[in-house]
Design a protein around this ligand. Structure first.
Ligand SMILES: NC(=O)c1ccc[n+]([C@@H]2O[C@H](COP(=O)([O-])OP(=O)(O)OC[C@H]3O[C@@H](n4cnc5c(N)ncnc54)[C@H](O)[C@@H]3O)[C@@H](O)[C@H]2O)c1
Length: 290
């Protein structure tokens, strides 16, 4: 990298962040960056998702910045556009499109064409190898993982993933960016599920097995674990994350580790096939009405 790094003083650098994908994660990441003073372009190909994101941004920024006109000022720093061609040149690009390697490769190949040479290129992938994603660019040293947790505007922890080819400068710039958002970066190696998703797999999988075996229903499992001090029971949490997103993560961690105890659950496979994806489809373990 070099030149206009993402962590430089605002006066010396335009500090423009481009977020690709305005779904559950991208919109929250954009809100966090705008709240921290960055100019943000949020790139979303689906018109319906752009509409949803615009409404969500107003709400999230109102929560993050309740004082005076700060939320409105932050909202004004975000432009919501349809394609990368419509976005200004960025210092940092954060990809948050669905968890499909081919799609990530397409996005990173396009970033290679449009992003200025010193730009930091990041992926928010939960479970794909960042080193694999980086292969789609001619500048893999500029690629890192910046893995936010859901809901991204509120969760403090962020995993900064050092891929095989990431330069020290790229990792440092990512850490400084995360700190500037007021969050807590943890640098992790590019291993399946990184730290958090690997540690969390048994939390979901044991709950799914207990429910599938008829040992307990979702409400009881959640009540027990919340009673033990977990903020959200595994079923409520899967509904929030999206069962499809959660299953995709389990599949990639299982494929990479081949650990039998991390094998995806047939119950979750059935629920995803039936479109019971959680809050986003209004039905998962719980019913969310309209
Ligand atoms: N949902 C979670 O809890 C969570 C947590 C951490 C990380 N992640 C990771 O973040 C990434 C995004 O997940 P999500 O849950 O926000 O997905 P999502 O499906 O809610 O949103 C993805 C968005 O990307 C858009 N999109 C697809 N292709 C595009 C393109 N070429 N250009 C612009 N927009 C495009 C889609 O229209 C959609 O709105 C995934 O890699 C996922 O694994 C998700």
């Amino acid at each position: 990298m070099g030149g206009c790094g993402v962590a430089q003083d605002k006066g010396a650098c335009t500090n423009t962040i481009i977020v690709i994908g305005a779904g559950t994660m991208g919109a929250g990441i954009a809100a966090s960056a705008a709240a921290a003073g960055y100019a943000v372009a949020l790139v979303e190909s689906a018109a319906s998702a752009r509409e949803r994101a615009a409404a969500g941004l107003t709400k999230t920024l109102g929560r993050l910045l309740p004082e005076g006109t700060a939320a409105a000022d932050a909202f004004a720093r975000i432009s919501l556009v349809e394609s990368l061609a419509q976005a200004p040149p960025g210092d940092l690009y954060i990809e948050a499109v669905p968890e499909l390697l081919d799609l990530k490769h397409t996005v990173f190949a396009e970033l290679d064409r449009v992003a200025p040479a010193p730009a930091l290129l990041a992926t928010n992938t939960s479970s794909l190898a960042v080193s694999e994603i980086a292969k789609a660019t001619g500048r893999p040293q500029n690629v890192v993982g910046i893995h936010f947790f859901n809901p991204p505007a509120l969760m403090k922890l962020v995993e900064v993933v050092r891929a095989e080819q990431s330069s020290e400068e790229s990792v440092r710039a990512a850490v400084e960016f995360v700190e500037r958002l007021g969050k807590v970066p943890v640098v992790v190696r590019d291993t399946p599920g990184f730290i958090v998703n690997r540690v969390a797999r048994p939390y979901y999988l044991e709950a799914l097995r207990a429910i599938d075996a008829g040992t307990a229903d979702a409400e009881s499992v959640d009540a027990i674990l919340e009673g033990l001090g977990f903020k959200m029971g595994p079923c409520r949490l899967m509904d929030l994350i999206g069962l499809d997103v959660n299953l995709a993560t389990t599949r990639s961690v299982y494929e990479a580790t081949q650990l039998e105890r991390l094998r995806p659950s047939p119950l979750q496979e059935r629920m995803v096939a039936e479109g019971r994806l959680g809050r986003k489809s209004a039905r998962g373990f719980y019913d969310y009405g309209k």
